[in-house]
Design a protein around this ligand. Structure first.
Ligand code: ZN
Length: 154
């Protein structure tokens, strides 16, 4: 369920939309959204429409705004994933299999039925190691570039 359209500045839902290039006179005829849920789908993905707040006058572009929101959601999901994984590792490694299995039931239900707790544990661990290797490679590349860059300066 997406958020209703709200002013990012003052949280008012008294929002009006305005197509780019319209004169001010025509803009006055713009649809006034109250709550805005119904029109969310229509505005999402449109870069031609600007939205402005009738309460504080703030203007923004829904497309840019939703892209930003989407980024925040993805980041929050990544943090959450790290949390449950670390919890699972801790429980598994301390031999608390019941609780470890509970976490997997929620997070990896289908996989749990298929391959079981032990295999999921080693699979997750190897995913982590792969991420670490990738980080080391990237870091080495960066270091090499810095050294190369410095060697170009006399
Ligand atoms: Zn506002």
């Amino acid at each position: 369920m997406p958020d209703p359209i709200k002013c990012p500045k003052c949280s008012s839902t008294q929002i009006s939309s305005q197509q780019k290039g319209y004169s001010t006179g025509k803009a006055a005829a713009g649809v006034i959204l109250t709550g805005g849920v119904g029109l969310l789908a229509g505005l999402h993905g449109s870069s031609d429409i600007n939205v402005f707040c009738l309460n504080c006058g703030n203007k923004w572009n829904p497309k840019t705004y939703f892209q930003q929101k989407e980024r925040e959601r993805t980041q929050a999901a990544a943090v959450y994933k790290e949390k449950w994984k670390n919890n699972f590792y801790r429980l598994y490694e301390s031999g608390n299999m019941d609780e470890a299995t509970e976490i997997l039931k929620i997070q990896r239900g289908a996989m749990l039925n298929e391959i079981g707790v032990d295999k999921i544990y080693s699979k997750l661990k190897s995913e982590d190691n792969f991420g670490l290797v990738l980080k080391i490679i990237l870091f080495s590349l960066m270091a090499a570039m810095i050294i190369w860059f410095l060697s170009c300066i006399d």
